[in-house]
Design a protein around this ligand. Sequence first.
Ligand SMILES: C[S@@+](CC[C@H](N)C(=O)[O-])C[C@H]1O[C@@H](n2cnc3c(N)ncnc32)[C@H](O)[C@@H]1O
Length: 508
Amino acid sequence: MADWSSGYVTDVTYIPGYYQELSPAIIRFCLLIQQLTPPPAEEFNYCELGFGQGLSLNLHAAASPGAFAGTDFNSEQAAFAARLAGAAGSDLAVCDDSFEDFSRRDLPQFDYIALHGIWSWINDANRRQIVEFANKRLKRGGAFYVSYNCYPGLAAIEPMRKLFMLHGRRLGEGVSSLERIQGALEFTERIFQAGPHYFHSSGNVGARFEALKNASPRYLAHEYFNANWDIMYFSDVAEMLAGARLNFAASAVPHESVKGLGMSDEAREYLNKVADPFLYQQLYDYFVNRAFRKDIYVRGALPLGEAAYRERMLAQRFILTREPAGIDMTLKVGMGTASFLEEIYRPAVAALAEDGHSPKGLEELRERLGGKLDYSQLLSVCINLMGVGVILPCQTPEAAERCRATARALNAAICRLAGTRDDLRCLASPVTGVGVAVSRMDQLVLDAASSGNEVAPYLLRTLQAGNIAIMKNGRNAENEAEAKHFLEEFLADFHQKRETILKSLGIA
Ligand SMILES: C[S@@+](CC[C@H](N)C(=O)[O-])C[C@H]1O[C@@H](n2cnc3c(N)ncnc32)[C@H](O)[C@@H]1O
């Protein structure tokens, strides 16, 4: 661990991950459904703190019409993020400063400040830096997104993480993070095999330990092996952020704002009587035994009047990002699972798929569904379908047009990298301003299609050069003729099922 890192792991780089909650478009949507005035959708300034490999930051910068900046003190990660930004030609300033050094830079006032997977893994001094940064740098009406490990859901896991640290302390200095992880897992496994009551009595410790034994060591290093792993209550974080005049405004997961969803009757009845929104949030965590929060705070949130809210809602369009067949209309939420009515949700999905998955507003959806649902019912359907992970809100067509070139350039760079790596599984959608999951194989098809060569032979050459298995139903092609046949079928499937959606998203 380096002296400058305040106990944060620096000898292993983090895995690239994509988090749509960081996107200005999702933040705005979450505020809008709370009837709060969102920050601007264009000409805004956005900042991400601790961007990791910068995949989310790059996808958002390339797909949104704003100016972006971010810092992560891991220089190798920042170099990768800067390389992607260079390829995209987006308006993105990448720094490798610590939060403290970054705050001394000559920076603009931001409409959005966002951090994901940071708060629980840094020390108090760095958390204070972030609060101070938001206090100085967030505009009035600006949004602050933060995620963190929380009580009560993670309370049972804390003693397990303590074992990892105890083992690390016995090893002393000069041991790499990867060696620490290996040793700590073996140490903990031996203890658990001897059957301590803790292992059997507390929460999901056993399941969690089994899962993390199979997780990537790079993930484990950053998740469990920093000096800090600080679980907090919602109420404590809210109080700290109040120091920067930030008030809790919304969950960054839209369906979590739908009161009562996935709750037992008793819980719903109890929570309905909790008038104080601050207390409601904290009590909700107890009811669902929440372990991780994704929250949006606003500095001086202005409520939207009824007319302004209605106007914005009617202007909001949505796009279906999956083919309708096979969508599971259930959602793990609250204390259990919500199952959405097939007779309402299937026709809604079918309507969204019409005209080649073109984006549609609530008015258009209402007409296509024969006027059976009113706007607020339709909005609930859309929010729940976002929860199911099959639709996204769209930017205006003008905003989408402004970002088409940068999104195309970033996507081309990512698709080219897919020939040699399998961990950048998202592309930028200028239509939504959000990153969309696209498999490595589909990325390679897009790369082949943009190469100016005949797609199938180019794809075959890329796969062979990268030693990438050509498979069907989990079975490897046995010879070149079979490989070509598998690829033909794959391409037919791509053209039939996914190409239209990717075109509508502005990706293909
Ligand atoms: C768990 S990772 C999360 C990365 C990314 N936000 C994500 O969710 O994929 C935390 C990141 O914060 C960065 N970091 C930690 N402390 C920092 C500090 N004081 N200044 C700048 N970056 C920091 C680390 O280098 C690391 O990339």
